[in-house]
Design a protein around this ligand. Structure first.
Ligand code: ZN
Length: 316
């Protein structure tokens, strides 16, 4: 059975102070669940190298990168971030960015690859915000562009919150198209301008959401002609999410993920997936919600791939 590569690092879940509201345990819980379901093992599992400071500095001010890596960001920056930056949190952020970069490289080789972390889309060039230390989507995009491995990237961000940090970092980068589906009445209050923003009303459910997405994807892929899609599959649009305010069901999330992966494959575009946001005090329920994407990707990988999806180097 062919399964897509899955990137995971044990450092994705690190200790936080007792009672902290960020569900840090979900990354380890997700990996365990994927192992139990036979979706992740030694054969398709990959452990990323932590992203180098030079790679992180493609997307961030060097002062922020150094402050994080030396665990000395200060109280004001920690408040914006919503996390205390310990050496473990710093190592986790490096691993997550390295993980998205590895997933992107694997997607170029295999058509689909997934990271069990990533989607830190609120991190800005000058610093972190909203639980996001380094913007792995921007880091991976700029690293692959700098290498010449790809010419154009589309970031499809379906997390319920706007990808404001991604939009800010990549504002003047014409080779990256940023697309954000989000709830218009959700954090951050001040939105940035992505290449394309779809601001949805609170309470939007499966049908309206999926019609909009399905109507958009083929034209978007044709217009932007990316060599790679980075897909932020946040599960916080789910109706039971603590921070979401949209109303997708489990079946709606599965259909959303299937649409994205199938449309990319039909267009011959490799897609690297990151899990994005999801907030539920019930970690087992949250892990099951994030696992939907991995199930859909595995199912799709059992079907034959299109000719273009496995190419390794556009233009070569
Ligand atoms: Zn979110």
């Amino acid at each position: 059975m062919h399964r897509p590569p899955i990137v995971h690092h044990p450092a994705y879940s690190v200790p936080l102070p007792e009672g902290h509201r960020f569900p840090m345990g979900k990354f380890a819980a997700l990996a365990r669940l994927l192992e139990e379901r036979g979706l992740l093992d030694r054969r398709n599992g990959r452990e990323p190298a932590p992203a180098d400071p030079e790679i992180l500095a493609l997307a961030h001010d060097r002062a922020w990168v150094d402050a994080v890596l030396e665990a000395r960001v200060g109280p004001a920056a920690e408040r914006r971030l919503g996390l205390p930056v310990s050496p473990a949190v710093a190592a986790r952020a490096r691993a997550a960015s390295g993980g998205t970069l590895l997933a992107a490289r694997l997607a170029l080789d295999h058509g689909i690859a997934l990271n069990t972390a990533g989607g830190s889309h609120h991190a800005r060039r000058s610093g972190g915000a909203g639980f996001c230390v380094f913007n792995d989507l921007a880091v991976a995009s700029l690293a692959l562009l700098a290498e010449g491995r790809v010419r154009r990237i589309t970031i499809l961000d379906l997390d319920v919150h706007q990808g404001d940090g991604t939009a800010e970092i990549l504002r003047d980068e014409p080779r990256v198209t940023t697309v954000s589906f989000h709830c218009r009445c959700n954090w951050p209050a001040r939105k940035e301008q992505s290449s394309l923003d779809l601001a949805l009303d609170p309470g939007t459910g499966d049908r309206a959401y999926l019609e909009l997405l399905d109507g958009l994807l083929p034209g978007l892929l044709r217009r932007t002609a990316p060599d790679l899609v980075l897909y932020d599959a946040g599960v916080d649009p789910h109706r039971d999410d603590r921070l979401g305010r949209l109303a997708l069901s489990d079946a709606g999330l599965a259909e959303r993920d299937r649409l994205v992966l199938e449309r990319c494959r039909a267009a011959g575009v490799p897609v690297a997936c990151v899990i994005g946001g999801g907030y539920d005090p019930d970690l087992a329920a949250l892990a099951r919600r994030h696992a939907i994407l991995f199930g859909v990707a595995a199912e799709l990988s059992r079907q034959p791939r299109s000719a273009r999806a496995g190419r390794s180097c556009p233009g070569s």
